[in-house]
Design a protein around this ligand. Structure first.
Ligand code: ADP
Ligand code: MG
Length: 296
C-alpha cells in the first residue's frame, strides 16, 4: 500500500472511533494470531455492584460499610466504586482512613483510629495471614470459594468485620466481538484477570471466551502476553486499567479502552477505542486487511 492510502486508512479509523497511533500499528491487526483481553472494564462494563454485604456476628452492616468505604474512598478501582456507591445508598458515610495503599489484584490497606484495616480478596487474606481465624471466617471463605462473584473481606489483626460480594456484567457487545474475531481468523482469544477463577469463568461464559487465566497480578498479565508472543504468535492485548499498562507494552499491539480507560493505559497503547466499543476490534482486523490490500 502507498503512504497515501495508509493516511486515508488512519483517518477512516479515527472517524470510526479507533485512534491508531501511526501507520505501523495499522499493519499489525491484519496479522494477529492471538487477542488477550483484560476482564474488568474491558470485557465487562467495569461497573460492578455490591450484591451482598455480610457483617459477621456482633458487627453491624453500618460498621462494615463505613470501614470498607473509608478504605476505598480515594481508590478509582471498579470494586471501590461499587463499595462506595453501596455505602452511600445505605446512608453510611466512609470513616476517615490514613496511609491508604492499594495493592494491585489484592485490595486496599490503611489506618483507621490507629488500627490497620484491610479490604481485600481471599488471596490477600491468605497472603497477609494476619486476620483472626474463626469458624465464621472459614465458612465465608468456603462460600467465597464457591461463589461466581468477587468477594472482598474487611479485617484487622483483632477482628474480621465481614465480607462484600461484588458482581460485574460482560459488555453487551463482548460475545459478538469475540465471535467475529475468531471468524476473522484470530486463532486464540484469551481473557486475563486478577479476579478469582469462578468470577472469571462467569464472565468468560457471558463473553464466549473459552480460554482464560485468573488471579494474575499486573506483572503476570504482562508475562502471559510475553509468553504468547514468545511462541511465535502475533499478539494484541486489550485493557483499560493503570495495571494493564505493562501487558499492553508487552504485546505487539496494545489496545486501550479510550473512554473508560486510565490515562496510563491510553498513553501506553498503540490503539485506543474511543467509544469503548469492543465490536471495533474485529472491525480493525478487517480494516487493517483492507489497508494492506489483503481483502477488498
Ligand atoms: P481485573 O484483572 O479483572 O481487571 P484487578 O486485577 O484490577 O482485576 O483486580 C483483581 C481483584 O483484586 C479484584 O477482583 C478484587 O478482588 C481485588 N482488588 C483489586 N483492587 C481492589 C480494591 N481497590 N478493593 C478491593 N479489592 C480489590
Ligand atoms: Mg481492568
Amino acid at each position: 500500500s502507498t503512504p497515501v492510502s495508509m493516511v486515508t486508512a488512519l483517518a477512516s479509523a479515527a472517524r470510526n472511533g479507533v485512534l491508531v497511533k501511526g501507520g505501523a500499528f495499522l499493519e499489525i491487526p491484519a496479522t494477529l494470531d492471538a487477542v488477550a483481553l483484560d476482564k474488568t472494564g474491558t470485557l465487562t462494563l467495569g461497573r460492578p455492584a455490591v450484591t451482598e454485604a455480610r457483617p459477621f456476628e456482633g458487627v453491624s452492616e453500618r460498621e462494615l460499610l463505613a470501614v470498607a468505604a473509608g478504605l476505598e474512598a480515594r481508590s478509582s478501582h471498579p470494586v471501590a466504586r461499587a463499595v462506595l456507591e453501596h455505602a452511600a445508598s445505605r446512608g453510611v458515610a466512609p470513616v476517615a482512613a490514613q496511609d491508604v495503599r492499594s495493592r494491585p489484584g489484592l485490595g486496599v490497606r490503611g489506618v483507621i483510629d490507629a488500627t490497620q484495616w484491610t479490604l481485600g480478596n481471599a488471596r490477600f487474606l491468605a497472603e497477609s495471614g494476619d486476620a483472626p481465624e474463626s469458624p465464621e471466617l472459614a465458612r465465608a471463605l468456603a462460600q467465597a470459594e464457591a461463589s461466581a462473584g468477587t468477594v472482598v473481606f474487611a479485617w484487622s489483626r483483632e477482628k474480621v468485620l465481614g465480607c462484600l460480594s461484588v458482581e460485574d456484567q460482560a459488555r453487551p457487545q463482548a460475545a459478538d466481538a469475540v465471535r467475529r474475531l475468531l471468524a476473522e481468523g484470530v486463532a486464540q482469544v484469551v481473557m486475563l484477570t486478577g479476579d478469582n477463577p469462578r468470577a472469571a469463568a462467569r464472565i468468560a461464559a457471558q463473553a464466549g471466551v473459552t480460554d482464560f487465566r485468573a488471579e494474575l497480578l499486573p506483572e503476570d498479565k504482562a508475562r502471559a502476553v510475553a509468553e504468547l508472543a514468545a511462541s511465535g504468535r502475533r499478539v494484541a492485548m486489550v485493557g483499560d486499567g493503570v495495571n494493564d499498562a505493562p501487558a499492553l507494552a508487552a504485546a505487539h499491539l496494545g489496545v486501550a479502552m479510550g473512554a473508560a480507560g486510565s490515562d496510563a493505559a491510553i498513553e501506553t497503547a498503540d490503539v485506543a477505542l474511543m467509544s469503548d466499543d469492543l465490536s471495533k476490534l474485529p472491525w480493525l482486523v478487517r480494516h487493517s486487511r483492507r489497508a494492506l490490500g489483503t481483502v477488498k
